[in-house]
Structures are given as C-alpha cells and as structure tokens.
Design a protein around this ligand. Sequence first.
Ligand SMILES: *Cc1c(COP(=O)(O)O)cnc(C)c1O
Length: 373
Amino acid sequence: MKVGFLDLRAAYEALQPALEDAMLRALRSGYYIGGPEVAAFETSYAHYCGVDHCIGVANGLDALKLAFAALDIGPGDEVIVPSNTFIATWLAVSDCGAKCVPVEPDPRTYNIDPSRIAAAITSRTRAIVPVHLYGQPADLAPILELAETYGLPVVEDAAQAQGARYRGQRIGGHGTLCTWSFYPGKNLGALGDAGAITTNDAKLADRLRRLRNYGSPVRYQHVERGFNSRLDPVQAAALAVKLDHLDRWNERRVMIATRYQAAFSDTTLVLPFVPDDMAPVWHLYCVQHEQRDALRDHLYAAGVETLIHYPVPPHLQPAYADRGESEGSYPEVERIAKRILSLPIDPMMTDLQINHVIDAVLKAIGGLGDDQR
Ligand SMILES: *Cc1c(COP(=O)(O)O)cnc(C)c1O
C-alpha cells in the first residue's frame, strides 16, 4: 500500500462539482480583480475567525510584507521572529529592510519560547511575530503581555493554523494583525496562490486595503507607495467552497493525530505535545527520533511518504549567509532540524492508509535497534 504525504487531487475531487460551479461563476461574473467573490470570501473568513476585518491578498508571504508595511516597519528596525519557522516569516522582515532577531522555540511545542523574548527586545524592536507552527497556536498570553509592556504590535503568522483555537478562541484576532496563506497544501488551500490578513483594527484594515492596491483608496489617487497583491476572485470562489469543509477536515486531522498519539505512546518516538490552552489543527504531525533518517528510509520502503519541516533552519540557509551565523548559533532549532519528521496527516487518507502508517512506523522503530535515544 502507498501513502503519499498529501493528496491534493483527492481533496479537489471530493468537492469537484461545487468547486467547478463556483469557479465558473467567478469567471462568468465579469470581475477579474476584486468584485463580489472576493468580498464574499473576506466576509466569510472574518466571520469564521471571529474578527472584524479580512483583507484578501495574493499569498502568505505578501500578507506578512503588507503587515509590516502597514506597521511602518523598515530599515534600522528589528523584528522578533522564531528561529524555527518556514523561511517566509524571515523573508518578509528582510524585504522591508528590517532585521530578523530570532528567538528559540520551546523544545516541547516547537513554537517560539515566550520566556526568551524579553532578552531579545532592544530599543529598535518594532514587532513580535509568533508563528503558529505545524497548526498549533503559539503561547499567546505571555507574548501579548510582553507586547503590551513594551508597546509593541504582534503580527501572528497563521499560515499553518486555519481553524486552530487558543483558549477556546479561533486564531485570527489575538494579535494586532494575523497573516494567512492559502497555498494549496495548507489546511485551507486554494487552487493556486492566495492569502489574507485578519484584524480587529479598522484603521490598519483600511490601510491594508489600499496597500494591496497600489496605495490607492480611490482610482488614480496614490496616497502612499503600495503593492499589487490582490486575492484572485477565482481563488476566492474556490476558498469559499472549501471553507465550509474546513472544520470537518480539521476534525479528521485531529482523529488521525489522536490515533497516532495512542499507537506511538510507548515507543522511542518523541510525540507532539499539546498544552491545555491549545486546540491545534495538525497541519503537520511531527515526531522526533534520534535515527530520523533511517526511520524515514524504512517508511519510504514500506510505501509511506514523509517530509522534514524543516531540514535547514533559516539562519543556516545560504540566503542568510550575510548574517554570519553558523552551526551552534541557535542550537534548539538546529537539534530539531536533525531529528524531526512529519508523518502523513492528510484528511483524505483512508482508514486503511492510517492503519498502514501506524503499522509501518511501529515496524520501522522495532527494526532500528535499542539505542535510539
Ligand atoms: C506557507 C507559509 C508562508 C507563506 O505562504 P505563501 O502563501 O506560500 O507565500 C508563510 N509562513 C508560514 C509559516 C508558512 O507555512
């Protein structure tokens, strides 16, 4: 039996008639930028997240770039980012000319460790950017408290956390701005690139609406130098269809995670840790093992595709060679990068495929010998 990491075609086929109806409707509407499909999705997604405003943009990286632009962050400024994240979080900071100040993760949750943030704050710090990595909310309460103390905005990178809850409340409005990616592989994924920003701040929402559209509140009036980063109406129509299924698909991810946790609890795998405050949506199910690469090979041989999120942390990427950092600069994320492995947790997996992953993992671990840790 084969179990791919993520079957995007299966997700498409599960909703094919509704998706195709919606996309055709968008194409026939005569609106190819903005228009009713974009407005309808923005309203639905804001409602879903329990926030006042949703601004659709072209992708998740742009959502972050626009957020920093709306907060007037630029050259000479510092932004606190997780050392453990997808590189987009860092790229958006670099793009506006500011400097990334990495903070190491809590090794149990993989998310930014709030107790290490204060030490990273300087007179140049302009924002704190927690990432809700792998679908689990970052520990927001202490972060928001620090932000309040230092008068800093919080920009949440929620690209991996559509539908996740922190202390019972959906992610989307805890911080100053919350950025989203609807890249096809995310829990809520478009059929191409798409993104959004959510907020309860009406002034920032207004500014973001013009920043995404050439800095123009009214046609041919440009009150500031903006971007071209708009949510495609065809993607908005598809996203509106998929949004109705997000909770159901997230629940299936939770079910798979629950089965994995139970099946692997007595093994040498380090399993995901979920604090009481968090209701994760399991964008990824990440385990750790001392013999990660051997485990990965065994699983591949058994037909189970796995991935590594992420094999090289941002500070060790050639893209950031100019920072002059090296192995040892951020030991926590470097250790995670060597040991972490993502098992398939696709809501489209069949029960037989879930069983196969569990059997294959148990067998693979059994075959690795006794000195794994
Ligand atoms: C996917 C992702 C992004 C970027 O989203 P795109 O839509 O691909 O630009 C940003 N941050 C994180 C944490 C992501 O996982």
